[in-house]
Design a protein around this ligand. Structure first.
Ligand SMILES: *Cc1c(COP(=O)(O)O)cnc(C)c1O
Length: 388
C-alpha cells in the first residue's frame, strides 16, 4: 500500500502540517494484533509517547491496543481515548507523587518501577488510599542495541531500570511492603532496532534472570514485559509500509523461555505510527550559496526535531515537480544551524511554492513539536478529513 497524496487538497491547506493516512494506520494496528494473536499469551500496548494526537489514539483504541505511558499526562490521554485502565502500564524514572496518585486513582494495570525511592513513594500513596497496586521491576539488562546512542536505554550507564546486582535488594523491599504486589519484570533496550539479534540478546538475558530467580528465590512472576523498539524502514516507506511484526513476534516466541502461564507484554510505538505520518511543507525560497544550494522550507526543527536531535534520515519527496534531479540541503527557517532536514540530497529541481513530503514522520514528529521562535505547533490533517 503506497501513500497516495491528495495533492489538490494539499494546495488549499496552510503548510506545514502533519498528514496521517488513516487507512495505513488501521492496516498497521490490525496487522500487529493479528500477528500477536497467534500467541495467546502476547499482549500489545501502544507507546503513547510516539504520537499522542487524540484522533489517532481513538483509532488505535478502537483497534483494541492497550497503552504504555511515561507520564501522568499520558495516562490521562490514554483514559480520555477510552483505553481501559486494565490495559495501561506506566513507566518512567521520575514519576511524581501527583502522577502516581492520578494513576492509582485510575486503577491502572501496572507501574513499571525504576528505583527504591519510587517503591517507597508508591507504597505510601497506595496505603493512603487503602489499596494494593501492582508493580513490575524495570530491569536494566545491560544490552546494547544497534541504534543511535541517544536512543539506547538498556546499558548500565543509562538512567533507566535496576541493574542485576541490585535486584535482590529491591525485591526484598517490595516484598516487605503491604500495598504493592510484584507481578512482573519489565525491559526496554532502545528504539529503531532493525537487527533481530538485539532482541535475541535481550531474550537470553531475560532467560538467565528468570533461571536465577527460580533457583534463588523460587520465584516465577506472571508477567514479562519486553518493551518496544522495533524499527521501521525510513529509507523505503512505500516498499515497507508495515513492519515485519510476524518476524518480530516469532523472534520472541523462539528465543524467550516462558514458564507455563506467563504473559508476555510488548510496548510498540514507532512501528505502529511512523509510516502513516508525513510532514507536508512548502519551499519558501531556493537559495544559491557559493558551495551549496538550499531549499528553505516552511517546516523547521520545531515541527520535526528528529534530524537535528538524532541525525535521523527521512525520505523527502517533491510532490509538485517531476524535473530532473539536483542536489540540495533542505533546511528550515529556525535560527539554529542544526535546523537541517538533510544535506546533499538528490531531489527534483525545486521551485518556490513546491510542496514537499517529509516521509515516515508519524512517530516522534508531532509529539515532539514545540514553539521555538514563536512558531505555531503544526496542525494535523487526517486522510479522512479530505474528500477524495
Ligand atoms: C519509548 C518507549 C517505548 C516505545 O519505543 P518504540 O521504539 O517507539 O517502540 C516502549 N517502552 C518504553 C518504556 C519506552 O520508554
Amino acid at each position: 500500500m503506497t501513500t497516495k497524496y491528495p495533492l489538490e487538497a494539499f494546495k488549499e491547506i496552510e503548510t506545514p502540517f502533519y498528514y496521517y493516512n488513516v487507512e495505513l494506520l488501521k492496516a498497521t494496528t490490525s496487522k500487529v494484533l493479528e500477528e500477536a494473536a497467534k500467541y495467546p499469551n502476547f499482549h500489545v500496548h501502544y507507546a503513547i509517547k510516539a504520537n499522542f494526537n487524540p484522533r489517532l489514539l481513538e483509532i488505535i483504541k478502537k483497534e483494541g491496543l492497550g497503552a504504555d505511558c511515561v507520564s501522568g499526562g499520558e495516562v490521562r490521554a490514554a483514559l480520555e481515548a477510552g483505553i481501559e485502565p486494565a490495559k495501561i502500564v506506566f513507566a518512567g524514572v521520575g514519576k511524581t507523587d501527583k502522577e502516581i496518585s492520578f494513576a492509582l486513582d485510575a486503577g491502572i494495570f501496572c507501574f513499571n518501577i525504576e528505583s527504591e525511592a519510587e517503591v517507597e513513594a508508591i507504597e505510601r500513596l497506595a496505603a493512603e488510599r487503602g489499596t494494593v497496586t501492582r508493580v513490575a521491576i524495570r530491569v536494566n539488562p545491560n544490552v546494547g542495541a544497534h541504534t543511535h546512542s541517544n536512543i539506547t536505554t538498556g546499558r548500565a550507564e543509562n538512567k533507566f531500570g535496576i541493574n542485576y546486582e541490585q535486584l535482590d535488594e529491591i525485591i526484598d523491599l517490595i516484598e516487605s511492603m503491604e500495598h504493592i504486589e510484584l507481578i512482573g519484570l519489565h525491559f526496554h533496550i532502545g528504539s529503531q532496532i532493525l537487527v533481530m539479534d538485539d532482541f535475541i540478546a535481550l531474550c537470553s538475558r531475560i532467560n538467565e534472570l528468570q533461571e536465577l530467580l527460580k533457583e534463588n528465590r523460587n520465584m516465577v512472576l506472571p508477567h514479562i514485559n519486553v518493551g518496544g523498539g522495533l524499527g521501521i524502514r525510513y529509507d523505503a516507506p512505500d516498499k515497507y509500509p508495515i513492519p515485519d511484526f510476524e518476524l518480530y513476534f516469532a523472534t520472541y516466541a523462539n528465543s524467550l523461555n516462558l514458564y507455563p502461564g506467563q504473559q508476555l507484554h510488548f510496548e510498540l510505538g514507532r512501528s505502529i505510527v511512523a509510516q502513516c505520518g508525513t510532514l507536508i511543507t512548502r519551499a519558501t525560497y531556493i537559495k544559491h550559496g557559493t558551495c551549496k544550494k538550499f531549499i528553505i522550507v516552511d517546516a523547521g526543527m520545531n515541527d520535526l526535531i528528529r534530524p537535528a536531535l538524532y541525525d535521523a534520515y527521512h525520505r523527502i519527496e517533491n510532490l509538485t515537480s517531476n524535473k530532473e534531479d539536483d542536489v540540495y540541503d533542505i533546511v528550515g527557517p529556525v535560527c539554529e544551524s542544526s535546523d537541517v532536514f538533510c544535506k546533499d540530497r538528490k531531489i527534483p529541481i525545486t521551485e518556490r511554492g513546491d510542496i514537499l513530503a517529509i516521509r515516515s514522520a508519524g512517530a516522534y514528529g508531532e509529539a515532539m513539536a514545540f514553539g521555538y521562535n514563536c512558531r505555531e505547533i503544526p496542525k494535523a490533517v487526517l486522510s479522512t478529513d479530505i474528500k477524495q
